[in-house]
Design a protein around this ligand. Structure first.
Ligand code: UN1
Length: 506
């Protein structure tokens, strides 16, 4: 990673973080983006003042007025070009993600690939924004549904997927005919600025309105509040902590707006005695340690059947001890830094709490003596009733629990507030199907013989309970970005009323 990459992406020592058809002066203040692997500053970003925000929204409204009338397949073509531009910039963008949030290179490339996949998916979708035709109960009547663009969509993203989550929303919103106003994490503003540049250029080349994609970097949560309160923004899609969702959702609800929430997870995997334990082991390590435990889908609780617990745990500890921790751009490194010094402190505090509550740290959990915000992935032998186990610490801490039966494991599995992702490792069809049944996992995502993280974009992504209920990316998640219209046409000469109601005017 070198200065030339930053240069190619248009990142300077200091730049505006606000785009409203063009880059604004940005009068809010300034933040510094740090390289979490070294703790050193990368670049400075000027943040949005309220007046800048107003310009972004005005621009988005104006762009929306035109974009909503552009035929959906033409909108799809613009998104296809965006995907093409991302393909061309994949290596540079991945390098920047590694530099700014500390993901290992392969995961950063995967993140950019996720954006490309979303563009491909949305391009196809642009010819499939189907409404139903429904049998009318009245003669000479046609009843059908159609989907219209909704308006400017607010998109709030977190540091851990600093670009992919934007694309889950933006690619869909664009083909659905909406404008997008992006508030990225203040921890990852450079990635947002680089993606914004690529996207704006690609869309402008297709003649899309320049204000279609807005960007508002802020210092903390103020722009999130502005979006939440703003009636001009009919949908706010937000990814982040449960606490963030709890603050945001009531504000949007108070103006009867829509939210699409993708909040915390406390994801668990059940390992049964029939499982392929070698496969289960690999699945656990990627899910618990990948992205240094900073995915909302990260495996946080491992529920081992007591018959295999000791053996599996011994192998797991050995696997953890072989993990290479270090600079995320180096080959062979699997564990990069956490995002910040605070994240490292929170991790150490959670481990202290786990010990105080009777847990035993079996390996890891130390902060290596080196620059950057590193912490060794930890395995904690725990009990389900320890309060810390019910909390999501956004870090590579894996709580290991044991169970005597599948039903007990499912009970432990579901006994947390969050409901994002879940997994079972078993070779028994009966056990797998039980976990997938209405009496099984209560999560939005359920996997068999794989980990909890690493979902494909083709499925709808999101979860239940405190995870917020929203669904993003594939399947029919696009419907959240449009307004549904139920239409009835009478092509006869009578006026029959529904439900057989008579109302004869003499
Ligand atoms: C997140 O951490 O917010 O399934 C999203 C996964 C990724 C997305 C994670 N595709 O782990």
């Amino acid at each position: 990673m070198d200065a030339a990459t930053l240069d190619r992406l248009g990142i300077r020592a200091s730049q505006s973080g606000v785009f409203a058809g063009s880059w604004l002066e940005a009068g809010g203040g300034e933040i510094v983006s740090l390289n979490p692997a070294t703790g050193e500053p990368l670049a400075r970003v000027r943040t949005a003042a309220r007046t800048d925000y107003e310009r972004v929204i005005a621009c988005a409204q104006e762009a929306f007025a035109a974009w909503r009338l552009t035929p959906a397949p033409v909108r799809g073509e613009a998104v296809r070009r965006l995907g093409q531009a991302l393909r061309e910039r994949k290596q540079d963008l991945a390098a920047l993600i590694t530099l700014e949030v500390g993901k290992i290179r392969s995961e950063s490339e995967g993140e950019v690939q996720e954006m490309i996949d979303m563009c491909d998916f949305a391009t196809g979708l642009s010819r499939q924004l189907h409404g139903l035709t429904i049998a009318s109960e009245r003669p000479d009547h046609r009843l059908f549904e159609q989907w219209h663009p909704l308006g400017p969509v607010g998109v709030i993203t977190a540091f851990n997927f600093p670009s992919a989550v934007w694309s889950w929303n933006a690619a869909l919103a664009l083909v659905c005919g909406d404008a997008v106003v992006w508030k990225p994490s203040p921890r990852a503003p450079l990635t947002a600025i680089a993606v914004q540049r690529v996207a704006v250029e690609a869309l402008a080349a297709c003649g899309a309105p320049r204000g279609l994609l807005g960007l508002i970097v802020d210092r903390d949560a103020e722009a999130g509040r502005w979006l939440a309160e703003d009636r001009r923004v009919p949908l706010v899609s937000a990814t982040g902590s449960c606490a963030m969702g709890r603050a945001l959702a009531p504000t949007v609800a108070a103006r009867l707006g829509r939210t699409l929430l993708e909040l915390g997870g406390n994801n668990a995997m059940i390992v049964m005695p029939s499982a392929d334990l070698e496969l289960a082991l690999r699945a656990v390590v990627f899910a618990a340690v990948g992205t240094a435990g900073q995915r909302c889908t990260t495996l946080r609780r491992l529920i081992l059947h007591e018959r295999i617990a000791d053996d599996f745990l011994a192998r797991l500890v050995a696997a953890y001890q072989s993990l290479t921790i270090g600079n995320p751009w180096e080959d062979g490194v699997l564990v990069g830094p956490l995002i910040s010094a605070e994240a490292r402190e929170r991790t150490l505090a959670a481990l202290d709490a786990a010990r105080a509550q009777g847990g035993e740290v079996l390996c890891g959990g130390r902060a290596p003596d080196r620059p950057g915000f590193f912490v060794e992935p930890a395995i904690v032998h725990a009990r389900p009733d320890m309060p810390i186990v019910a909390q999501e610490t956004f870090a590579p801490i894996l709580y290991v629990l044991t169970s005597r039966s599948l039903d007990e494991a499912i009970e432990i599995h579901n006994a947390v507030d969050q409901g994002l992702s879940s997994a079972i490792c078993t070779d028994s069809v009966r056990e797998a199907e039980r976990f997938l049944s209405a009496a099984g996992s209560d999560c939005g995502i359920v996997n068999v013989n794989m980990g909890t993280s690493g979902a494909e974009i083709g499925g709808a992504f999101g979860g239940e309970k405190d995870t917020g209920g929203g669904r993003e990316a594939g399947s029919d998640a696009w419907k959240a970005y449009m307004r549904r219209q139920t239409c009835t046409i009478n092509y006869g000469r009578d006026l029959p009323l529904a439900q057989g109601v008579r109302f004869d005017v003499r």
